[in-house]
Design a protein around this ligand. Structure first.
Ligand SMILES: O=C(O)CCC(=O)C(=O)O
Ligand SMILES: [Fe+2]
Length: 352
């Protein structure tokens, strides 16, 4: 294509995608990653939609609670994700998060760069560290922050503007702690396990990391991805979308677009929940498309076991019919990252 050059990823990453778009630059070679032809979302039969689970039904003793738990289990066994409603976080607050995220990214570049990360670092404003040679880059800008435990926060990366950013993120963190407790217990109950079993594996100092994603419009959505196909290395991930769709989940050899539902949070299993459930729950491959019309914003919160904690398959999920397929692992996110950098999945390293 015209204007394609082969600037090294390191140089490209020192410049934000949003800057390239403002300068009307075409995507350069490392950003070109799609080879699956069409940009069309495949029409889906009504029965084949990402399940929506009403969490408010799960804590009651009504029969509908057992039914909803069963739907939760079935969603995580087949899709590895579900859209959570009835979670108790008001839509007005979810809108606030979306708004501070938008306000942050819409600021002038100099303001955002006050919180810039180094090209090789994780935390702060920028893009992922430089991937292995030959790997593509994502058409996105990010603000990545450790939010829990509190002593892991690096305040120099926390925006001062918009003014309410910190307060809103602190509240979201507290709400995410309540949310993860609720979801971890419900997942255990759905598998007939002791309610606290996953919480015990994650540990009291389980980490929460927030990634604010800004996907600029792209002139070549047919060639460029907002985020390349991957599975998460977390325990599980909670994703808040705005009204622009783009996230897709891979299932049955097809990509399915995750519908934008304004009051829902997408709960998506990471590899560590697949390990803890001995492969019963699936950690799905997912990706983000770009669109030429409008920017897209999302906020992903990664919930992972506390550092140095060994995790492994729940005993109750190992039996004669279902042999142990995963080993105990420690610091899985490190191995996951090394593979991710090379465009590979890591979960095989945890196989027995
Ligand atoms: O932007 C999204 O909707 C998904 C983000 C995601 O998959 C990730 O950050 O790992
Ligand atoms: Fe992801």
């Amino acid at each position: 294509m015209a204007g394609v050059s082969a600037l090294p990823a390191k140089i490209l990453l020192s410049k934000r995608v949003q800057e390239m778009v403002l300068n009307d630059e075409e995507p350069q070679k490392p950003y070109i990653s799609r080879n699956d032809g069409t940009n069309e979302a495949i029409p889906r039969p009504p029965s084949d939609l990402i399940p929506i689970i009403d969490l408010s039904l799960l804590s009651s003793s009504e029969p509908c609670s057992a039914q909803e738990l069963q739907r939760l289990r079935s969603a995580l066994c087949s899709w590895g994700c579900f859209q959570a409603t009835g979670h108790g976080i008001p839509k007005s607050f979810l809108d606030k998060i979306r708004q501070v995220a938008r306000d942050f990214f819409e600021q002038p570049m100099e303001e955002k760069k006050r919180h810039a990360k180094g090209v090789e670092e994780f935390e702060g404003y920028g893009a992922d560290p430089v991937p292995a040679e030959g790997q593509s880059l994502d058409w996105s800008d990010r603000l990545f922050l450790n939010v829990y435990p509190e002593d892991r926060r690096k305040h120099k990366f926390w925006p001062e503007n918009p003014k309410s950013f910190r307060e809103v993120l602190e509240e979201y963190t507290s709400r995410m702690q309540i949310f993860t407790e609720l979801v971890s217990k419900a997942m255990a109950k759905s598998l007939n396990l002791e309610a606290d079993c996953f919480l015990n594996q994650f540990g009291k100092q389980a980490t929460l990391k927030a990634r604010f994603n800004y996907y600029s419009p792209c002139q070549r959505p047919d060639l460029v991805l907002g985020l390349r196909a991957h599975a998460d290395g977390s325990g599980y991930t909670i994703i808040l979308q705005d009204d622009v769709e783009g996230l897709q989940v891979f299932k049955d050899e097809r990509w399915f677009t995750v519908p934008a539902i304004s009051d829902a949070l997408l709960v998506l299993m990471g590899d560590q929940m697949e390990i803890m459930t001995n492969g019963v729950f699936k950690s799905p491959v997912h990706r983000v498309l770009t669109t030429s019309e409008k920017e897209r914003i999302s906020v992903a919160v990664f919930y992972a076991p506390e550092p140095n904690k060994e995790i492994g398959p729940e005993e109750g999920l190992i039996n004669e019919e279902r042999k142990q397929i995963y080993k105990k692992v420690k610091e899985y996110s490190v191995v996951h990252w090394e593979h991710y950098q090379q465009g590979k999945r890591a979960i095989h390293v945890a196989k027995v």
